[in-house]
Write a protein of this length. Structure first.
Length: 640
């Protein structure tokens, strides 16, 4: 233990001693109109050719975020609030994109859905992904159901894992440690041998953590809620012929730790363990004017919660076990019809299953499936671009529904893009909402119509850019929990309406030796039942957020960056001792983080990630603690 801290302190001291050097250098821009992205259209296109908002977190930015978790990194993206990302390690966090409720953002791994079929709303816990196994992240903001189906209501987060790159095998090692007795080790192997590619990454994280629940009485007896994670990812590619390649990938994560009984309440005997496994195999056939892809994948989640007998659970031992899996099969054709028209068309089949077992109830053989066909046409002529698409879905429970996208854009003077979108999206009822003791197998999907308009302007080519987008979402048939006077005392029903609107703006500067950005986002909305009574008002989601980022390379071997974010007031529900509840306001807060990086040579590097520099006191969830000043520091070794 002492040796680990020695390396951490040494790394910090070395970085700090160089902090006041006078040279400067830059990080890359996260969004440039000539950058190529794939998530928005499911085909490689420049950002100037698409009328959507896509944010890219590059491999360089991920490398400069060593010491962060994936939720903490995503929480720096304009328009995203990752509520709970600063709670105790391992505690689940909730992603809110443009004010939409959790479960309305589709999570992809290498292009395939991994949302959790065993959870109530289908939300996937991104704590399951170690940041060191990710190559790149593409974030599509706005409705994406035409190309991706259910859950892509507010947007899509596509996690692209590390893939084989250059000829020859190269290795890398990383070790770090920091606050709350948190230690991480990672190792990777990447490269190609002739026509075979391999990318293997392993990581281990252990943290003693801190008390997740708030001890309002100041007893000091609340236990530390620790977190332990073992994770591995493997990507294989094989070039079978000049025009045909197959690939396979596997991502597995095992997590265990401690939990509180709930808000303000400790539980000395409450533990959990869960397993996340994602695997797939696919192929790509290169055509004269396009390509044909096929993929099959499965995402499985297993959760076990065990609570020893104690006062927090009425002196009776309890347990809960649930598992879920999503199987995807997809065939996708991208084809260039002529110089004006491209087509993306495919068929997908998604099969959901879940089994749940607890002390009080048993749920078995929960099943559902949805089959879809979809087509999008991409027209381009001079400065004008247009996407026109539709998707037809056949669900085994509720029947059929249809979504569409109309997305024109203009690209002027090779530096100004203006766009608008009218699209529909949907979210299918979860297996829990359909089949649990509170289930209703007559539920319909939630359906959303979205409207967007905005512009992306490179005021100075490749140097200074400014973008703004306005949006409005109207959702009907929102699934809500209706209380009943008799057993089972509640049922899920359709009937609520949700209306959200807002805007996002970002200014970016990219000089030869310096980059900076500033952003602001606003969202407001409300949910009402069929009678017009307000039932929800964007709980845990702030109306206002804004922030700024700067990054310098003081000398060739040393770089440093600062990140600032303001999170505005938001509401949360507080449950009282008499089982009543009330709505409370959580006060706004400011966080400042720093990252320091020093390269000893081309093989060896040191880094330190310092979070909440001014030790701000704030609450993300009522009754739960957040991190004060904390840091992670470590060492990397690369074999080139």
């Amino acid at each position: 233990m002492k040796k680990n801290y020695f390396f951490i302190i040494a790394g910090l001291g070395l970085a700090q001693s160089l902090l006041f050097s006078k040279a400067a250098y830059a990080q890359d821009s996260t969004r440039v109109l000539n950058d190529v992205v794939v998530t928005a259209t499911r085909s490689a296109k420049k950002q100037s050719e698409i009328g959507r908002v896509v944010t890219v977190i590059t491999s360089e930015q991920i490398n400069r975020s060593a010491g962060k978790t994936l939720p903490q990194l995503l929480n720096t993206v304009p328009g995203i609030t990752f509520s709970g990302s600063e709670n105790a390690p391992g505690i689940s966090s909730s992603v809110y994109l443009r004010g939409a409720s959790t479960g309305n953002t589709l999570i992809l791994v290498d292009g395939f859905a991994v949302n959790n079929s065993s959870s109530i709303e289908g939300a996937y816990d991104l704590n399951a992904f170690p940041l060191d196994q990710i190559e790149r992240i593409e974030i599509l903001k706005g409705s994406g159901s035409t190309l991706y189906g259910s859950d892509a209501v507010a947007g899509v987060i596509n996690i692209i894992t590390k893939h084989p790159k250059e000829q020859g095998l190269k290795t890398n090692l990383q070790a770090s440690g920091g606050t709350y007795n948190t230690f991480n080790q990672a190792a990777g192997l990447n490269g190609k041998i002739n026509k075979t590619g391999i990318a293997l990454n392993l990581s281990n994280t252990d943290s003693k953590g801190f008390a997740a629940a708030t001890d309002t009485l100041g007893t000091g007896n609340f236990k530390k809620d620790g977190f332990h994670q073992r994770s591995a990812s493997l990507n294989l590619t094989q070039q079978v012929s000049e025009k045909f390649m197959i690939n396979g990938n596997l991502q597995a994560s095992y997590n265990k730790g401690n939990l509180p009984a709930g808000a303000f309440t400790d539980d000395q005997g409450y533990t959990y363990n869960n397993t996340f496994i994602f695997g797939g195999i696919g192929g790509k056939l290169q055509l004269d004017k396009g390509d044909l892809k096929f993929n099959i994948s499965q995402n499985s989640v297993k959760n076990n919660y065990n609570d020893l007998a104690g006062a927090s659970n009425f002196n009776t031992a309890s347990y809960q076990k649930n598992s879920g899996s999503i199987t995807n099969f997809d065939v996708l054709l991208n084809y260039n019809i002529n110089k004006y028209l491209d087509i993306t068309s495919g068929e997908s089949f998604r099969y959901y299953s879940s089994t749940q077992l607890s002390t009080y109830d048993t749920l078995k053989n929960l099943r559902n499936s949805i089959n879809s066909i979809y087509t999008s046409l991409f027209f381009k002529a001079g400065i004008f671009h247009m996407e026109l698409g539709g998707r037809y879905n056949l669900d085994s429970k509720y029947g059929t529904n249809f979504t569409y996208t109309v997305n024109p854009s203009l690209y002027l003077a090779d530096q100004f893009k203006v766009f608008g979108t009218i699209a529909s999206a949907f979210k299918t009822p979860s297996l829990y909402q359909l089949f649990s003791q509170y289930g209703n197998d007559a539920l319909r999907p939630e359906t959303t119509t979205s409207y967007e308009a905005g512009f992306d302007w490179e005021l100075i080519k490749n140097t200074l850019s400014f973008n703004t987008v306005f949006y409005k979402y109207d959702t009907k048939d929102v699934i809500y929990f209706k209380n009943l006077a008799d057993a089972p005392y509640g049922i899920y029903e359709n009937g609520s309406f949700q209306k959200d609107k807002g805007f996002e703006s970002e200014l970016k500067l990219n000089l030869d030796k310096f980059t900076a950005s500033a952003y602001a986002a606003y969202v407001t909305g409300k949910q009402t039942d069929v009678t017009g009574k307000e039932t929800n008002n964007l709980y845990r989601r702030p109306k206002n957020t804004f922030g700024a980022n700067v990054y310098y390379q003081f000398i060739k071997s040393f770089s440093a960056g600062l990140n600032y974010k303001y999170t505005g007031d938001r509401s949360d529900t507080k449950f009282n001792a008499d089982y009543s509840s009330s709505i409370v306001t959580l006060k706004h807060y400011n966080l400042v983080d720093a990252h320091l990086q020093y390269d000893v040579d081309k093989h060896l590097g040191l880094f330190a990630d310092l979070k909440n520099l001014f030790n701000a006191k704030y609450t993300d969830w009522v009754g739960y603690n957040t991190r004060g000043f904390n840091f992670m520091a470590g060492i990397r070794y690369r074999v080139n």
